[in-house]
Design a protein around this ligand. Structure first.
Ligand code: ADP
Ligand code: MG
Ligand code: MG
Length: 844
């Protein structure tokens, strides 16, 4: 029979998967000799068995719990259910993957009327907390019923709470300790499947079948008076990464109070004077924990009558800036290597640093300031509840969720919002922790904000606000501004520069950017791009001063007229290319010839100015433009368009060469090729058009974006110097999904229903589209060993897809300029992972 329960001081195989993050942390701290209350862990395996059986405790579990309870009684010298000074325990959830506050925990299990009768104040306080937490968690009683009955007089409050319990359940509050424990364990198992836990898992892509462990921990009491208290602390500042103890402390309180933001805590430094021994021990303990885990920790602790206990440790959720600073400092401190530093930064999180902030040159009036809980700035219409945030967010409006304090039930609204503003709570309040994890701007504890949620109005420093009014928040400074303020993108800071420098030394994949203008090209270079992987030319056709000429070209009645119009476009195109070549001097630039169907350049039928244009629009109309006359099909039907583009490229290269002395590294790319014959003709056209202009070196290649091109890559490679995977179209054509008809429609449904786990337009469908790529790589290189290979679809900037491209053996990935830093890091991690260096995750 499988074993389901382990004491904290018993070695268990199976690690965090089996014991959960909290359980493994408690076991490891116990092993390290850190002061931790005694207790045991019921495994995630037990929870999975419970769920699979539809809610039956696994066979033998009750007996096993009894045995470990007996052992706990022995260790603590107290008896569970004793009417006199009984053993009390907490029953705590804790999954393998950290889901802060999403599941349930019940404190003070084991108390009853008899044991509480005539007890000290903290005993009575503990009893009313038990009735409340048990009532909420086991019986599903609405928390507000208890909150409404808060009272100074503890015995009266206990009576009131018991009455609520009886009123809601029709039963007396259970007096049998073992019954309390049994039902608490079940309730924690059940809390794995609450709607908020499910929403959190969906957002964080955590599988639904992991289950939670249950930790049964001897209670220690922070609510025993001024020599006692409870707190949370980080080994470094989670916002900035600055070294040194950082946290919050509440005297005379029990755990939940800090996290729930019910009372506003003091900085942990406040302990130094009042509880000097416990403070010193705390500083020493977290130093040891960091040394052990070699990773920034986030801990929960309680002081009972001056004695310190640790109740939890986990790797700290932190901002990208803090993660970078801590990693760089730890390398300096000799705690970790450069490789370890590179591996532990989450590339997805870098996005945060490259998020907008308020333009410092703009002038604006700060209406109020709160805590700078999670960096980045955002503007949006205010909403006062999570459901409305979700509704409006779905409609595509920018919203700021404004709350007194968020709770785990607000998670769907936080996901939908651009930013979060709360009136209450500290840097470790729910809103702050969750927002940092999501990389969303958050200003917390803004005391100048008062809310009337029922009336859907707020007052900010006396100024009245209604739902929908626009505000701007800056989570990096804590500023709140009424109205919209211009935002700017930030630059790369020193720590990021350092880590990216290390990453560059470690990666094999090159990183290029997709850029259509000299400005984007310059930005890309600043972010470390090693060339342009995709320069689209259609935007150049769309510019206001050119569109009339482009329309002239499309409306032309014969080739001569068309050529005349194209001749007028040529100098514009040439100037565009010159700008880009200069910005990218010394680095390769891949230019894709015109891709979209011609009707995209014409007005709509209603806006057409005459019959001739209407006729032309009708003639060009297509039932399915994505699969119509576009890409190389257009180029073969109207060769003069591509000829003009090639001439413009070659003339630009020659001009820049002459001006700067550097010959641009030009790569001319033909889109949407399916057949070798298409590319053979286009290659001929390219060489012919180029040779009429100037002596120039350039490569000719193709985008690989059709399944046929992947499987016939050996033939196509005969005509190509390079391939660039256009995975946006390749995903559309391989899956038969029209992106415009999928997102927000059936694909959204698929993702909600779990038919698909991830959006294939965001994360490469590795087993399908990825396999086509693998075939193309193999067959292409069979023909040409030195065929240059890259990817220029949006997947080129998504960390998992970048790793996949590394394993495929591509030469480079290309992505939007702002994602270049992220791709550099992901590429280094791919190389390290191949060499066996992986990130470790600790705690929970
Ligand atoms: P969460 O995962 O929501 O943080 P926890 O299980 O960690 O839930 O517990 C909730 C709060 O109760 C925390 O502040 C924790 O420190 C406190 N707590 C849990 N067990 C005990 C205990 N045995 N003695 C004192 N406080 C406890
Ligand atoms: Mg906790
Ligand atoms: Mg395409």
């Amino acid at each position: 029979m499988p074993r389901y329960v382990y004491d904290f001081d018993e070695p268990a195989e199976g690690g965090r998967e089996l014991l959960g993050g909290k359980g493994i942390g408690l076991a490891e701290m116990t092993q390290l000799g850190v002061p931790v209350p005694a207790g045991f862990t019921i495994t995630t395996d037990a929870c999975r068995t419970y769920m699979a059986s539809g809610g039956e405790l696994p066979e033998g579990l009750e007996e096993e719990i009894d045995e470990h309870l007996a052992r706990l009684e022995e260790t603590t010298g107290k008896r569970f259910g004793d009417p006199d000074d009984p053993l009390l325990v907490s029953v705590r959830s804790g999954a393998a993957v950290s889901m802060p506050g999403m599941m349930d925990t019940i404190l003070n299990v084991g108390l009853n009327d008899e044991a509480a009768a005539g007890g000290e104040r903290f005993v009575l306080d503990s009893y009313r907390r038990l009735i409340q937490m048990y009532g909420e968690t086991v019986e599903g009683i609405d928390a507000r019923r208890f909150e409404d009955a808060l009272d100074e007089d503890l015995p009266a409050m206990i009576e009131a709470y018991k009455a609520i319990y009886e009123d809601e359940t029709g039963r007396f509050f259970p007096q049998d300790a073992r019954e309390q424990l049994g039902r608490a364990v079940r309730a924690v198992f059940e809390s794995w499947n609450t709607p908020r836990a499910q929403a959190y898992r969906r957002y964080n892509k955590i599988p639904d079948d992991l289950g939670t462990a249950v930790n049964v921990v001897q209670m220690v009491f922070g609510n025993k008076g001024v020599e006692s208290g409870t707190g949370v602390a980080f080994t470094r500042d989670p916002s900035t990464g600055e070294a040194g103890l950082y946290g919050e402390f509440l005297a005379d309180a029990q755990g939940e109070d800090v996290v729930a933001g019910i009372r506003t805590p003091e900085p942990v430094e406040a302990m130094r004077e009042r509880l000097p021994d416990a403070f010193d021990e705390l500083v020493e303990t977290i130093r040891r924990l960091e040394e052990h885990y070699k990773e920034m920790q986030d801990i929960e602790f309680t002081v009972e009558d001056g004695k310190l206990f640790l109740l939890q440790t986990r790797s700290a959720k932190r901002t990208a800036a803090a993660a970078l600073k801590a990693a760089v400092d730890m390398v300096d401190e000799g705690l970790i290597t450069r490789e370890e530093a590179v591996v532990r930064i989450d590339p997805g999180q870098l996005d945060q640093l490259l998020h907008p902030r308020i333009d410092p040159d703009s002038s604006y009036e700060v209406a109020a300031t709160g805590l700078n809980a999670s960096p980045g700035a955002a503007s949006g219409g205010i909403v006062f509840d999570a459901d409305t945030a979700e509704e409006r967010g779905k409609d595509g409006s920018a919203v700021i969720l404004v709350r007194w304090e968020t709770t785990p039930d607000d998670i769907h609204g936080m996901i939908a919002a651009q930013g979060i503003l709360t009136a209450h709570g500290g840097m470790t309040s729910h809103a702050a922790v969750v927002a940092r994890g999501m990389g969303k701007p958050c200003v917390a504890g803004c005391e100048a904000l008062s809310l009337d949620a029922a009336a859907k109005t707020a007052s900010l420093n006396g100024q009245k606000l209604n739902e929908g009014d626009v505000i701007t928040i800056d989570g990096g400074t804590g500023e709140v501004i009424i109205g919209e303020v211009p935002l700017i993108a930030p630059e790369i800071n020193e720590d990021l520069e350092t880590v990216l420098g290390w990453a560059d030394d470690l990666r094999r994949l090159k990183v290029r950017a997709n850029a259509d203008t000299p400005e984007d090209a310059a930005k890309a270079r600043e972010f470390g791009a090693q060339g342009i992987g995709l320069c689209r030319t259609e935007h150049m056709f769309m510019a206001e001063d050119r569109l009339p000429v482009v329309r002239e070209m499309i409306m032309a009645s014969d080739e001569d007229e068309r050529r005349a119009a194209l001749d007028k476009l040529l100098p514009h195109q040439q100037a565009d290319f010159e700008g880009i070549f200069e910005a990218m001097a010394g680095l390769p630039v891949t230019i894709r010839l015109l891709d979209p169907p011609l009707h995209e350049f014409l007005p709509s039928l209603e806006e057409a100015k005459d019959d001739r244009m209407r006729a032309r629009i009708r003639a060009l109309q297509e039932a399915n433009p994505m699969l119509g006359t576009r890409g190389c099909r257009l180029g073969l039907q109207f060769p003069e368009i591509y000829e003009m583009q090639v001439r413009a490229i070659i003339l630009a290269a020659a001009a820049v060469h002459e001006r700067t002395g550097d010959a641009p590294l030009v790569e001319i790319m033909h889109p949407l090729v399916a057949f070798q014959e298409e590319l053979r003709r286009l290659r001929e056209l390219t060489i012919e058009a180029a040779s009429n202009e100037a002596e120039a070196e350039y490569l000719v290649g193709t985008m690989i974006e059709l399944p046929r091109a992947c499987v016939r890559a050996d033939e196509i490679a005969e005509e190509a110097d390079f391939f660039s995977f256009g995975t946006n179209d390749l995903t559309q054509t391989a899956l038969g999904f029209s992106r415009d008809d999928a997102e927000g429609k059936f694909l959204t449904h698929y993702l909600q229903d779990g038919v698909l786990e991830r959006n294939p337009f965001e994360t490469l469908d590795q087993s399908g589209v990825g396999d086509l790529m693998r075939i193309a790589v193999e067959r292409g290189r069979q023909t040409k060993q030195d065929l240059k290979l890259g990817i220029c679809g949006e997947h080129g900037g998504e960390p998992d897809s970048v790793r996949f491209c590394h394993t495929l053996g591509l030469d480079y990935v290309s992505c939007s300029p702002y994602r270049v830093p992220l791709a550099r890091l992901a590429a280094a991690q791919a190389a390290l992972s191949e060499a066996g260096v992986e990130a470790v995750s600790v705690g929970g």
